[in-house]
Ligand binder design. Structure first.
Ligand code: MLT
Length: 391
């Protein structure tokens, strides 16, 4: 056999695995030190009560002959798709149920979707960016070009007509910076894609953190987006499903005359057997009014954590953005430290783990990401340690 040599072009380990390894090594050498992890964006609050009730009920059904279910539809059960359709309708986006595909999360589908596109497409990726976009395209041997996101453009780069790309990745609210495109800015991307026959792969995994109703939560709030964009969303951050696994992908039928919608259905029915029935029932409960109320309480809790972190950074005059419509705070490393220097410095001195900005691309060098997904107690303790240390 011949191996896929494209793997030689990616780093040996995925960003968050590298961080976990470093932290574990430190923990083994320093068993008496309490490490506070504000690195990977993993939630800490438990699932909502209505979700747990729904999971239990569905588990019971699976143990009874009359209600037991085997293979489900690969693209998801209608009961969940209709809830998601309603969710979009509440943001004034009209979708048809067969444009929604239930998945085990945005990360998987962001990689899997590449099955639909020819290898000779050029991919445009903002830098810094969620590493999955770059790694998955590198694995497939696709040409990647970058667009700079930096302090000059508020980490919200806009299209340049002289740059020709076939596949464009956008993430708003952004991972890692927390920056959010407004409607006018997103419209520029939609116009660019429609004009150039490009497709936008829009990662909306953090849309639930948007509180300003003038900001778009879905790319389909922008006129013309259905002819150029595929959207990926997830219950991971919205409803604490990082370990439970459920999300969805929208492939509009107006896109490429329905060809991509058909191809995605074909791909999913061939390579995926669907998200477990029990999990989809849990996901359904997220969209009930009780579920929405409970998840909002959790999102508010994380937002308060973000404020607590932001306040201490302000006190020490550390430049930062994010945290308002996002669980991420993106800060400039003090004293011109590099991202990894600051990572080691925090881990060794005050045992706080964040994510080095350079792990998200060259423009992330000198920056650092903290998440607000920790527990309140740990966030307060981390901030107290930072406060003393930065003095
Ligand atoms: C992150 O920390 O960037 C996210 O947790 C990664 C992910 O959602 O896969």
């Amino acid at each position: 056999m011949n191996i896929n040599t494209n793997y030689q072009n990616i780093s040996d380990s995925y960003l968050f695995s590298t961080i976990a390894k470093k932290v574990n090594e430190f923990a083994q050498k320093n068993p008496d030190k309490k490490i506070i992890k504000l690195g990977i964006g993993d939630v800490t609050l438990p699932l909502c009560k209505v979700v747990v009730e729904s999971l239990k009920k569905a588990s019971d059904e699976m143990g009874v002959k009359e209600t037991f279910r085997g293979y489900g539809p690969e693209q998801g059960y209608e009961f969940l798709k209709s809830q998601i359709k309603e969710y979009y309708a509440s943001h004034k986006v009209g979708l048809e149920a067969d444009e929604i595909f239930i998945s085990d999360g945005a990360k998987s589908d962001l990689g899997n979707i590449l099955d639909l596109f020819s290898q000779d497409n050029t991919v445009l990726v903002p830098d810094p960016v969620y590493p999955v976009y770059v790694d998955t395209n590198t694995m497939a041997g696709r040409k990647i070009i970058y667009i700079d996101a930096n302090a000059d453009n508020n980490f919200l780069p806009l299209p340049d007509d002289s740059v020709k790309a076939d596949i464009v990745y956008l993430c708003s609210p952004n991972n890692p910076t927390g920056a959010v495109y407004d409607k006018e800015q997103l419209k520029k991307w939609v116009d660019y894609a429609n004009k150039n026959g490009a497709v936008i792969l829009f990662d909306s995994a953090y849309e639930c953190f948007i509180t300003d109703s003038s900001l778009p939560r879905s790319i389909y709030e922008i006129e013309g987006a259905k002819t150029c964009a595929i959207e990926f969303c997830s219950l991971s951050k919205m409803a604490g499903f990082t370990g439970t696994r459920c999300g969805w992908t929208v492939v509009p039928k107006a896109l490429a005359d329905g060809v991509l919608n058909k191809m995605w259905l074909r791909r999913q029915t061939t390579k995926f057997n669907g998200v477990p029935y029990i999990i989809q029932r849990g996901a359904e409960a997220v969209f009930t009014s009780e579920g929405q109320k409970e998840i909002q309480e959790n999102l508010n809790y994380y937002k308060e954590n973000a404020k607590i972190i932001s306040d201490v950074l302000k006190k020490h005059n550390i430049w930062h953005i994010g945290g308002k419509h996002s669980p991420y705070i993106w800060l400039k490393c003090p004293n011109n430290m590099s991202s990894w220097e600051f990572f080691d410095y925090l881990l060794e001195n005050i045992q706080i783990v964040g994510t080095p900005g350079s792990g998200f691309g060259k423009n992330g060098e000198g920056y650092f990401r903290l998440t607000s997904f920790g527990s309140r107690e740990n966030t307060i303790e981390a901030v107290e340690r930072l406060d003393k240390f930065l003095d």
